[in-house]
Design a binder for this molecule. Structure first.
Ligand SMILES: [Zn+2]
Length: 486
């Protein structure tokens, strides 16, 4: 997050163009020119399965697959990774002929485990020393993973299924090459979207309990799988700006996964350059320079508060007081790192908890969150409750949680700078592409508030959380009350 360098100009543009009066919430901001999509996704089911919590990870007592892995160890990460690859390949042995009208799935030629912090080995013409990555190499039909830093880091942040997600994605690339779906002219975005889609198809199989070694719950377990998608960047050969966006935004990645999860792998083969370009929400002209972090301090809280006031000014909300004092709020559950008290129209912030939420993942075992935007989105979510309170809407239950996600999405969408000219950002605060990814990771986590009601109860289904956020992001505040009414 960062402050805009062209403040005046943008304020002038925004006050002229954006206000539109609509619906229960009074006057709402709408984003010009973006298409309307339907936002209704069930809050407690995922593609027909009930969203429920339960264990995720290696099934206890399952016989070790014992696949040969070059450089493999008997450590926890390698054991999980090897059994995951075995399950993914077993899935494709049965799904491949059905999906592609015949042919057998040939097992991956070579599996390599390496420690990016140790001495290197040659894989795919490169030295693995210092290579914090996992990838599929078509020339050598090899899947390689870093057991030293990448997989344990993702597991610490996103749980036991994170390494499984990475390996399902890499196997998805192997499937593409086997089926002749991609070649060197295929745009990276298309092949990445398709690999995410294949990952979703595999996870349907896991969610139904059909995998031999791994299992995932359809609530928290699957949500964290969706959260980790935005962190899979498997193209070591590419550097620079194109790299960061080559896999699509977190929205695009969750959508692709959802296609595979809901409709099966055949749906993934229908992804073309045209369909992907039409659907994706990339912001090609986003400037790298905007990737500065906003600290967690009083001054920045004020900046965020100003931004929220500006974005939500037309909703009729009486701006809540934001304080770092912990004040009692009778009859209301306190939530961390921010809590909304409707009776006093006050948001209480816990700055030290907020700092934890702003700590990016990948710092060893230290307690972490997802980054500065993810932290301030917690504050925005409680501000969104004040907006709902002012409109006379209910503050508890799944619908309130979805409205909250939608309104935080609207705030995010209205502070994006989009030089394509389809939207005029509001106020001075700006977000960068990485901010959006961390916001969605936090949205999908177990303890975030972005899709939570006033008591901190989260909407169970991750797909619904993301969809609500996306509706607000693309269309502004207007649909948040009409799509999600009590
Ligand atoms: Zn990939």
């Amino acid at each position: 997050m960062a402050r805009s360098s062209t403040t005046r100009l943008l304020i002038a543009a925004s006050s002229a163009a954006l206000a539109l009066c609509l619906g229960v919430t009074g006057c709402s901001r709408t984003i010009n020119g973006t298409p309307t999509t339907s936002g209704s996704t069930s809050a407690d089911t995922v593609a027909g399965l009930p969203a429920s919590d339960g264990p995720s990870g290696l099934k206890p007592g399952a016989q070790d697959a014992g696949l040969p892995v070059e450089g493999g160890t008997d450590g926890k990460v390698d054991t999980l990774a090897t059994n995951a690859v075995a399950d993914v390949q077993r899935y494709w042995r049965s799904a491949y002929p059905e999906t592609f009208g015949g042919g057998d799935f040939r097992p991956i030629e070579r599996l390599v485990s390496y420690d990016s912090g140790g001495g290197g080995r040659r894989v795919c013409g490169q030295d693995t020393s210092g290579l914090v990555n996992a990838f599929y190499c078509p020339a050598e039909d090899t899947i390689a993973w870093d057991r030293g830093e990448l997989l344990p880091g993702l597991r610490n942040t996103f749980g036991a299924m994170a390494p499984v997600t990475v390996l399902a994605h890499e196997t998805g690339h192997a499937v593409q090459y086997r089926a002749g779906l991609v070649d060197e002219r295929t745009p990276t975005l298309v092949s990445e979207q398709q690999a995410d889609c294949f990952t979703g198809a595999f996870f349907r199989h896991v969610a139904e309990g059909s995998a031999e070694h791994v299992r995932v719950s359809t609530g928290s377990g699957l949500n964290k799988v969706l959260g980790v998608l935005g962190y899979i960047r498997d193209e070591p050969g590419r550097t620079g700006f194109s790299d960061a966006r080559a896999h699509g935004s977190a929205f695009d990645r969750v959508s692709a996964f959802q296609y595979g999860f809901s409709d099966g792998p055949k749906r993934c083969t229908e992804m073309t350059e045209e369909s992907v370009t039409e659907r994706t929400t990339q912001f090609r002209f986003w400037k790298e320079a905007q990737e500065t972090d906003l600290p967690i301090d009083g001054e920045s809280v004020e900046q965020v508060e100003r931004s929220l006031r500006e974005v939500f000014v037309d909703t009729g909300v009486a701006p809540p007081e934001i304080t770092t004092e912990q004040r009692p709020c009778p009859g209301t559950e306190t939530t961390e790192p921010a809590s909304y008290c409707a009776e006093t129209n006050t948001i209480s912030l816990n700055l030290s908890e907020l700092r934890t939420a702003a700590t990016p993942p990948g710092n060893g075992d230290r307690e972490s969150g997802y980054g500065d935007f993810a932290a301030y989105a917690q504050l925005a979510s409680r501000y969104a409750l004040a907006v709902q309170e002012a409109a006379g809407l209910t503050l508890t239950g799944d619908t309130a949680g979805l409205r909250t996600a939608c309104l935080v999405g609207a705030w995010s969408g209205l502070i994006v700078e989009d030089p394509i000219g389809r939207r005029n950002p509001v106020g001075e605060l700006r977000i960068a592409p990485g901010d959006l990814d961390e916001g969605i990771a936090s949205l999908l986590s177990d303890n975030g508030l972005i899709a939570a009601d006033a008591e901190g109860e989260q909407v169970p289904a991750g797909f619904a959380r993301v969809e609500a956020f996306r509706v607000g992001f693309r269309q502004g505040t207007a649909p948040c009350a009409s799509e999600y009414d009590d």
